[in-house]
Design a protein around this ligand. Structure first.
Ligand code: SF4
Length: 212
């Protein structure tokens, strides 16, 4: 009886993790290469993975070192990054970030990572988790929205509160893939305006009250 009450308020984290892991196999980009993870994260803002990763591959094939990226001509970078959204500002950030990394190395702490041009808290967590293999959870718009729908956070929580609550809900070894799993769900079915609850793999365990 107690379990049913809890299930109505909050989707059981381990059951969610199990279902999402099965539905969305995990293939992180640039794993173990902090500079590559960081620069590709700059490209990824508001851009689909299918566009981001091939563009990142082309970028790293053309510019093989941070020195080359740091001294790249802006118009050459812009032209190469055209497939991703906001390519002009991203080209500038990529160049400035490469110069920063060249000078200081790739940081490991969130505080130092967010000083790199183009890097915010979400990319900082991505670099820590996938570049350095440190336990961290990246909270982006999908993770923020879906954590509320699953009853893991409340409406007054901000992204930092969300990150802290998720860290309490999941064991350390599950932190790294969590962002990928929830982002995949957000792109696939649990969309911002109209979640597609009928085919969703979490339908039976999700407490979201406004299921269409
Ligand atoms: S799509 Fe619907 S059932 Fe699935 S997680 Fe989102 S709100 Fe819950």
């Amino acid at each position: 009886m107690k379990d049913l009450t809890v299930a109505r308020l909050m989707a059981p984290p381990q059951e969610v993790f199990r279902r999402l892991s099965k539905a969305y196999p995990f293939e992180p980009y640039g794993l173990g290469n902090p500079a590559r993870v960081l620069l590709s994260c700059i490209l990824s803002a508001r851009t689909k993975d299918e566009i981001t990763y091939p563009t990142a591959d082309t970028l790293f094939a053309e510019y093989r070192t941070l020195e080359q990226l740091c001294t790249a001509r802006p118009q050459d970078l812009e032209s190469l990054l055209k497939p991703v959204g906001f390519y002009r500002v991203k080209a500038q950030h990529v160049r400035e970030a490469a110069c920063h990394l060249l000078r200081f190395g790739v940081p490991k702490t969130t505080e130092q990572l967010i000083e790199v041009p183009g890097i915010g808290p979400k990319c900082a967590a991505i670099v820590r988790a996938f570049g350095w293999g440190l336990p961290d959870i990246a909270v982006d718009t999908h993770v923020y929205r879906i954590s509320k729908r699953l009853g893991w956070t409340s409406h007054s929580d901000d992204p930092l509160d969300t990150q802290q609550k998720l860290k309490l809900l999941f064991p350390l070894h599950q932190w790294q893939p969590l962002n990928h799993l929830i982002v995949s769900l957000g792109r696939d079915t649990c969309k911002p305006q109209k979640p597609a609850c009928a085919p969703c793999v979490l339908n039976q365990v999700c407490p979201y009250p406004n299921k269409p």
